[in-house]
Design a protein around this ligand. Structure first.
Ligand code: 13P
Length: 246
C-alpha cells in the first residue's frame, strides 16, 4: 500500500450473538452507510457470515470472522478454516481475542500460527491483546502487551494484512474504560513496537455511542473494536458516525 497513514476502522464483534432475524441490523447499517470514508466491518458468528455477505452486498461495509484454525483444512471437528471464512465472504478475522485466550487457552504462538493461516487465505487479521485488571494493578501492562505483540505477530505483519486491537480485559463488557492517558500510553507503546508504522491500532472495551467521540479523539487511536454496542445498527451507526467525524 502506498498510503502510509493508518486506516481508520470501526469493527463490530458480535461474539456468540445473532440469529437470522438480526441480519436486519446489518441491512440497516448498510443502508445508513453506503460509502463510509472509514473501514467498517461486522464480525458475526460463523453461521451468519454467508447471509450477512448478501445483506451487505453493494455496501462499503466489510465482513470478518471471529477466529480461525491454524491448519488449512482437516480433522478439526468444530473448528473453522481461514479459507472457509474467505469463501463465505469475509475479508478479516479477529484473532487472539481475550475470550479465546482465557476460555480456549490460546497462546501467543497459536495466535501467530492462526495469523499466518489468515494471510494465506487472503484475510487481514485483527490481533487482540490487552492486560487483566490484576496485571494493570501490578504495573505490568506494557510488559504484558509487549509480550503479546511480540509473540502474536509473525514476521511479515504489515498494514496490508494486520490490524492490532488493544482491549484491556477488564474493560470488556464492564462499562469501564481506561483513562485517555492510559490509552495514550499503550497506543504509543504499540506504535513504537508495531512492525509497520501504518498498522491500524484499534481500542476495544466498552466503546458505546456515548464515549466513542472522546475515544476517537485520543492520540494514536485509529478506530475501535466494538462488542455489545455493535449489535444494534443504531448504536454501531452512531459509533461509525463519530469515527467519520474524528
Ligand atoms: P464490549 O464492547 O462489549 O465491551 O466488547 C469489546 C470486545 O471484546 C470487542 O472485541
Amino acid at each position: 500500500m502506498s498510503d502510509r497513514t493508518p486506516k481508520r476502522i470501526a469493527a463490530g464483534n458480535w461474539k456468540m450473538n445473532g440469529l437470522s432475524a438480526e441480519l436486519a441490523e446489518a441491512e440497516a447499517l448498510a443502508a445508513a452507510f453506503p460509502a463510509p470514508a472509514a473501514s467498517v466491518l461486522l464480525c458475526p458468528p460463523a453461521t451468519l457470515l454467508a447471509p450477512m455477505a448478501q445483506a451487505l452486498a453493494g455496501s462499503a461495509i466489510g465482513l470478518g470472522g471471529q477466529d480461525c484454525h491454524a491448519a488449512e483444512k482437516g480433522a478439526h471437528t468444530g473448528d473453522i478454516a481461514a479459507l472457509m471464512l474467505a469463501d463465505a465472504g469475509a475479508g478479516h478475522v479477529i484473532l487472539g481475542h481475550s475470550e479465546r485466550r482465557a476460555h480456549h487457552g490460546e497462546t501467543d504462538a497459536q495466535v501467530a500460527a492462526k495469523l499466518r493461516a489468515a494471510w494465506a487465505a487472503g484475510l487481514t487479521g485483527i490481533v487482540c491483546l490487552g492486560e487483566t485488571a490484576a496485571e494493570r494493578a501490578a504495573g505490568r501492562t506494557l510488559e504484558v502487551v509487549g509480550a503479546q505483540l511480540a509473540g502474536s505477530l509473525p514476521p511479515g505483519a504489515t498494514a496490508a494484512n494486520t490490524v492490532i486491537a488493544y482491549e484491556p480485559v477488564w474493560a470488556i463488557g464492564s462499562g469501564q474504560t481506561p483513562t485517555p492517558e492510559e490509552i495514550v500510553e499503550v497506543h504509543a507503546f504499540l506504535r513504537q513496537n508495531a512492525p509497520d508504522p501504518a498498522i491500524s491500532l484499534l481500542y476495544g472495551g466498552s466503546v458505546n455511542p456515548g464515549n466513542a467521540a472522546q475515544i476517537f479523539a485520543i492520540a494514536g487511536v485509529d478506530g475501535a473494536l466494538v462488542g455489545g454496542a455493535s449489535l444494534k445498527a443504531v448504536d454501531f451507526g452512531a459509533i461509525v458516525t463519530a469515527l467519520l467525524a474524528a
